[in-house]
Design a protein around this ligand. Sequence first.
Ligand code: PLP
Length: 368
Amino acid sequence: MAPVDRDADGRRGLPPVRPDLVALTGYHSAQVEVEVRLNTNESPLPPPPEWYEALLAGLGAIEFNRYPDREVTELRSALADLHDVRPEQVFCANGSNEVLQSLLLAYGGPARTAALFEPTYTLHRHIARVTGTEVVAGARAADFALDLVEVARVLSAADPVITFLCSPNNPTGRADPIADVEAVLAMAPSLLVVDEAYGQFAPWSSLEILSGRGPGAERTAVVRTFSKTWSMAGARLGYLVADPEVVRACEMVALPYHLDAAKQLAGCLALRFVDAMEARVAMLTEERGRIAASLAGLPVETWPSDANFILFRPLQKEARDVWTDLLEASVLVRDCSQWPGLTGCLRVTVGLPGENDRFLAALSESLI
Ligand SMILES: *Cc1c(COP(=O)(O)O)cnc(C)c1O
């Protein structure tokens, strides 16, 4: 470490932060007050009123003077039932981002490498770097599908401990065909992590690889979240389904009692409302189709989506100017135009019908 100036008492003040962190830029989405918030892929609808009622009743029965269930017994067994796996195959954490961090703390770190294929969820790279894990990135094809030749090149050169996929891929939208995921699994030297934050919007899931118990199933981890389809971004709850050995590895790096009692309850109760969740997904899927159809009539390039957002690129106007026009109309979308491989792109989250109308009207106004 570089020598640091000391004061007269020999103290050197705050330590400099780790030099490898200084180069990292934070992950932020603008948080501005707007009427139509379509920038972070949340659900536009809250959980059902019956969920709130059950939560309020349950909170009153929690012994808040006691530590919560460290094993997260009830929630893990409810999730295991949902996915037809064993509770030992489920690890829960404070949002799926903390699941990803746990995987990287357990398996990554100095002198170890994680592989990913961009453009993809930027936090995979960010969390890997925060844990001191080396990152190698391959490129997706021009249409954002996986390029299996590129995947083979990257994986054989880097020998990563973790290979990340995101399916449906944020921010480009498409789910990777299960055959592509299986091809990546066959080429990956070690653990394959499939981030399925939008899994319920997709026609298939890598959970099928786990339940099929085919080759590589024990090296596959599927990560899910309550933040999107379950309408619970405010609760910070995510989980993975994997081989029990992966779960034990994550438990080794989790802090004691890291999942509070209220959150465990909130998650258990949410799972009683699968039908309501599926109804929200159906409504949003229909709205996604409506937005896509309208975008087809505007001077933008778009990509098909299997999630609750659509990536688009204005063809005749700077993305940043379009973003600003939308903001002036009190519609906030995500500006991805500076992200690698996404030059000139914006991403809109599918909202309620009225919100989507506001977005489409403001976008036409800006473009035509
Ligand atoms: C939104 C999102 C998450 C969610 O993270 P949480 O910490 O569970 O809120 C994870 N992965 C991807 C790809 C996402 O888009």
